[in-house]
Design a protein around this ligand. Structure first.
Ligand code: RIB
Ligand code: CA
Length: 311
């Protein structure tokens, strides 16, 4: 029985690897890829998603453009990490597959209305603007969501965009608040987990050794993507954030976490977008999210490389 997912994304090299991992995994049926403004503006994220689908030989995948800015705050992008195109690293052909005409938010609403309850998992890999907009426009779809498995937030690892906030949540804290309070089952893959899934030379060479266009692209993207984090953290590699979401769907046993209360700072500029995770249960706030903190990095990279080999 395949698992139906919608990937909501702002490609970004790590998003691109997550999309490839999903397309290389027969356990998953990608109903659609909905794009949002984040790492780079919407015109580029919706172009990059199609570049990735064509690289995987999957022109059949439906790609939708969604919200081009956060609900309330001005858009903040991350070209300093991902490059001007958002997919710097290796020149890839311009996409020839078309975007779907339908807006991403309408696709999310329509899909949740038409699929059986509890059979569609949402996998947000960027700011949560599309998801929150869908929930505000059609609240009745929330109860039909199987799970929301998202990359975002940080607690012990603290922020990567401000001292308090991780990028996806920081860009659209109001959207994050809507999603974290919506009542659907939420699984959070925060920096606490993804920072333990660092690239290394051997792991990148294993991608390149696949000897395929996918392997070459993933190796080049990670070569490009890791330079920023290595300079910033002095680490030997960079965290491949977004593929951890797809890996959790395939092998949750590779991860560890706790079902706790997680709330979003939306008032203070100082801590705007912070995921306030009650890891030690010091409050009486109701648990609302499985918050992951650990990952078996070797198991993750073995799974990722094995699946990329299938494309
Ligand atoms: O903070 C990391 C997250 O922000 C990742 O999803 C990356 O792609 C960017 O969107
Ligand atoms: Ca992303």
């Amino acid at each position: 029985m395949t698992r139906k997912i919608i990937i909501d994304t702002d490609p970004g090299q790590d998003d691109a690897v997550a999309i490839l991992l999903a397309l290389g995994s027969p356990e998953l049926e990608v109903l659609g890829i909905t794009c949002v403004a984040g790492n780079v503006p919407l015109a580029l994220t919706s172009k990059n998603a199609r570049i990735v689908c064509e690289l995987a030989g999957r022109r059949d995948v439906k790609v939708f453009a969604g919200c081009d800015r956060p609900l309330l705050r001005p858009l903040v992008t991350a070209e300093y990490v991902h490059g001007k195109t958002g997919l710097d690293g290796i020149p890839l052909p311009e996409p020839t597959m078309a975007l779907q005409d339908q807006h991403a938010v309408d696709f999310i609403i329509e899909t949740l209305r038409s699929e059986a309850p509890g059979t569609v998992t949402l996998c947000p890999l960027g700011p949560l603007t599309n998801i929150a907009t869908a929930f505000r426009r059609a609240p009745e779809i929330i109860s039909k969501v199987e799970q929301i498995v998202l990359m975002g937030g940080a607690y012990f690892e603290v922020g990567n965009t401000t001292p308090a906030a991780e990028f996806n949540i920081y860009v659209d804290p109001q959207a994050a608040e809507i999603v974290f309070k919506c009542g659907a089952p939420v699984v959070v893959v925060p920096l606490d987990a993804t920072h333990k899934a660092l690239t290394t030379r051997p792991r990148i060479e294993a991608f390149r050794a696949l000897g395929t266009p996918v392997g070459a692209a993933v190796a080049s993207w990670t070569d490009f993507f890791e330079r920023f984090d290595m300079a910033k953290y002095g680490s030997e590699g960079a965290p491949l954030h977004d593929p951890c979401v797809i890996a959790w769907l395939l092998r949750p046993d590779l991860f560890e976490g706790r079902f706790i209360n997680v709330e979003i700072e939306t008032h203070s500029e100082l801590t705007m977008g912070m995921t306030v995770a009650d890891w030690w249960r010091v409050t009486k706030r109701e648990p609302n999210a499985l918050f992951l903190r650990d990952v078996d990095a070797d198991g993750f990279y073995t799974l990722l490389t094995e699946r990329l080999a299938r494309l």
